[in-house]
Design a binder for this molecule. Structure first.
Ligand code: NAD
Length: 253
């Protein structure tokens, strides 16, 4: 087991990629704070972890609220005796609040605010709360879930692309600030992954999206989680400030 005796928290862990990461951290021996705005989803993830013999706690967290991050970190420290691993995963899909995909200048202000608020400010507020606790524990590992859209763009995704490029900036900034204190910060760039985030796409759209990847299929949440485990573990001790695509070849084209 790679994460024995570690304490971890995962945001957006009530669904999709976050759930796969939370269950995988627990499988590797970590106690996991399962944070999500969706309480029922968080509780379901905790049930899955407990059924597999792991240790977890559900926590209601809206990543747009800085003080709720402080509460979440405080709870992990109180219940698990510290914080060693954090995964900032909560995010909204490309259409933002309205689900509309439009050229940049036509992006509704509410969609811009929603995507930057959750996907970018939500990660900053997380880092701001997690880093002091992890320094107190003598260091640790933070994994931010970005996207292939942190490195490239597709049409009509301007706010999402901007938010994910920002996550990469935050990752690098935090990595260089805290590397001397044994705190590592890295980002993962998933290609299109088969989670509820893609639920709006009908069968034809899903097939088209799959075809954008050289492997010819969508990714699975577990395929992201395996890298998130490795980055969180001491096996990745010389890895910080890095960005790893897990994208079926999407960015290689
Ligand atoms: N699915 C993909 O194709 C894909 C591709 C690249 C990157 N990503 C990124 O992966 C992450 C997870 O996405 P997913 O596919 O698992 O989506 P998902 O919709 O299945 O899960 C997202 C989770 O985030 C939670 N969430 C949303 N707003 C929140 C808030 N304000 N506070 C706390 N939690 C909140 C939701 O309740 C949900 O449980 C996101 O950051 C997303 O941008 C997904």
């Amino acid at each position: 087991m790679l994460l024995t005796d570690k304490s971890a928290m995962v945001t957006g862990a009530g669904s999709g990629i976050g759930r796969a990461i939370a269950t995988s951290y627990a499988r590797e021996g970590a106690a996991v704070l399962v944070a999500d705005i969706d309480r029922a989803g968080a509780r379901e993830t905790v049930s899955l972890i407990e059924a597999a013999g792991g240790r977890a706690l559900a926590f209601a967290l809206d990543v747009r609220q800085p003080e709720q991050h402080l509460d979440a970190v405080g709870e992990a420290v109180k219940r698990f005796g510290g914080l060693h691993i954090a995964c900032n995963n909560a995010g909204l899909g490309g259409g933002g609040a309205s689900g509309r995909y439009l050229p940049l200048a036509e992006t509704a202000l509410e969609d811009w605010d929603a995507l930057i608020g959750v996907n970018l400010s939500g990660v900053f507020y997380g880092l701001r709360a997690q880093i002091p606790a992890m320094l107190q524990a003598g260091g640790g590992s933070i994994v931010n879930i970005a996207s292939v859209m942190a490195q490239t763009a597709r049409p009509n995704l301007g706010a999402y692309v901007s938010s994910k490029h920002g996550v990469l900036g935050l990752t690098r900034a935090a990595a260089v600030d805290y590397a001397p204190q044994k705190l590592r910060v890295n980002a993962i760039g998933p290609g299109y992954i088969d989670t509820p985030m893609l639920a709006r796409a009908d069968a034809g759209k899903r097939a088209a999206i799959a075809g954008w990847h050289p492997v010819g299929r969508l990714g699975e949440a577990q395929e992201i989680a395996e890298l998130a485990v490795w980055l969180a573990s001491d096996r990745a001790s010389f890895v910080t400030g890095a960005y790893y695509p897990v994208d079926g070849g999407y960015l290689a084209q």
